[in-house]
Each structure stands twice: as C-alpha cells, then as structure tokens.
Write a protein that binds this ligand. Sequence first.
Ligand SMILES: Nc1ncnc2c1ncn2[C@@H]1O[C@H](COP(=O)(O)OP(=O)(O)OP(=O)(O)O)[C@@H](O)[C@H]1O
Ligand SMILES: [Mg+2]
Length: 269
Amino acid sequence: MSGLKIAISGKGGVGKSTIAAAWCRILAQRGITTLAVDADPDANLATALGMAPEKIRTLRPLSSESSLIQERTGAKPGLTGQLYSLNPQVSDIAQQYAVGFKGVQLLVLGAVKRGGGGCACPESTFLRALVRYLVLKNDEMLVLDMEAGVEHLGRGTASGVDALVIVTEPGSRSLQTAGHIMELASDIGLGKKLFFILNKVRDHGHEISLLMRQFPDASVLGTIPWDERFIAGDEAGRSVLDDDGCRDLVRYFESALDNLQTIVLKRNI
Ligand SMILES: Nc1ncnc2c1ncn2[C@@H]1O[C@H](COP(=O)(O)OP(=O)(O)OP(=O)(O)O)[C@@H](O)[C@H]1O
Ligand SMILES: [Mg+2]
C-alpha cells in the first residue's frame, strides 16, 4: 500500500513544523521511508528536524532553482508574458534534490514571489506539479509542512491527500485561522479529511471545550502540553527526538500519529 499523505496547516507559530518534524522522525525510527516537504515560504522544517546549521546552509529551495524551472517549464522565472508548460516533468526531482537526515528525506519548496493577484508563474506551476506528483504518484509516506492555508494543493492533488491536520493553540486567533483554513480546504474537496491537534495546552479541559464549541464535528487526534523543553530545543536547534529527557513528550506525537493512521486506515478499507 502507498504511504499516507499528510498535510499540516495552521496559524503562524502554532507548532506545525514541530509536529511535522516529530512525525517524520518517528516514522523514520519505525523504518518507514518518509518524505518531508517544507512547503512554508518561511521554511524552518530542517531546524525542527534537528539538522545542524552547516547542513541547513547546503539546502537548495526549489523555487530558487531558476535554470531547473526554466528547463522543465520552458519559461524563465521572474519574467511575465511567456508561454510555459503546465505539465512539467517532475518525477525525478525528489530523488535529485531531497536531502537525507536521520532516515528522513527533506525537500524544501521555498518562496514564490507573488504579484498582486496571486501567482500563475513558472515557479508556482512547477511546485504545484511537483506536489501533485508526490501526492498522487509517489508511493512514499509524505508529510507536508504548510503555511496557514492550502497553497500548492489544488482539487486534483487534494483527492490524494489522506489528511489535512490543522494545528491550533489556546486562544481565539488560531481558531479563527483554523476556520479560514477549513473553508479553503472544503473548497478543494478536503472537507471530510480534516483533523485537529491542539498544541501548547496548559488547561486541557478548558481548551478542548473551546475547540469543540467552535467546531463541534472536529476530529481531534491529540493534545500536546505547553512545555519549556520545546523552547530550549528550538534555541539549541535540537529535536525532542534527540533528547532522552523528552521521551514523555515524544509519546504525545506518537499517540496523535497512531490515532491518525488508525482512522485513515479504517476509512480506506
Ligand atoms: N507544546 C509546545 N510547548 C511550548 N513551545 C512549543 C510547543 N510546540 C511548539 N513550541 C515552540 O513554538 C515555536 C513555534 O513552533 P513551530 O516552529 O513548530 O511553529 P510553526 O507553526 O511551524 O511556525 P511558523 O508558522 O513560523 O512556521 C517554536 O519555538 C517551538 O519550539
Ligand atoms: Mg513552521
């Protein structure tokens, strides 16, 4: 069976990359080949995975690979008014450009400079085609770390996504963003594949009831407590997966991932 395709979204700073990175590292430890795709223009999944700064400096965001994009689409990034292929060849990109780290393969999409009304340009066409290929044609497990939205996913691609996980934190603002993401997700047919993780929780009962009041049908995969060790790990550029003193925290990520896999497997039977 093909690996699950999981997309993670949520308001800035809620913990998307922390969760995406922890899941990828856990899957790798379980011997499952996993492709981690950093689809946030403000890319920081590599740091969350615990990659060293020297290695991070060698990563090449695909959006800035101008000659590759030109070769595949037939148009030069940054110039307007050109004709280009809407169906570029992308099947070899992950193999060529992903960087391995502790059993995880990481691909960084990078930022696309947008004009006023969104971007229909060679860069975004190339990245969309790549994500579409990775979701629909590639057999590996895929974890997509996104910004607050569903950028890079269209209707066709969404049909192959098994789960869109929305991360929230206590307070009304991340719930407001969650509502917005849910609308965008429904527009592309992901409405029935939405899941929640409540992160940075200090008062479990209260926070869960706030979430359920706003989204009564929410399927909650788990909650993760607020814990200073995440901040310390972030400052040191270290993943909780590399810290024996954080086994208790890793269990929260394992549990949420196991819940997701169980639900999706049942649905797909
Ligand atoms: N449960 C938690 N308790 C305390 N701090 C946390 C927790 N989860 C994540 N953090 C911290 O919150 C900060 C933001 O986390 P992270 O980078 O994963 O969020 P993000 O949603 O990916 O952010 P961005 O939108 O900027 O990409 C980091 O410093 C991280 O260590
Ligand atoms: Mg992030």
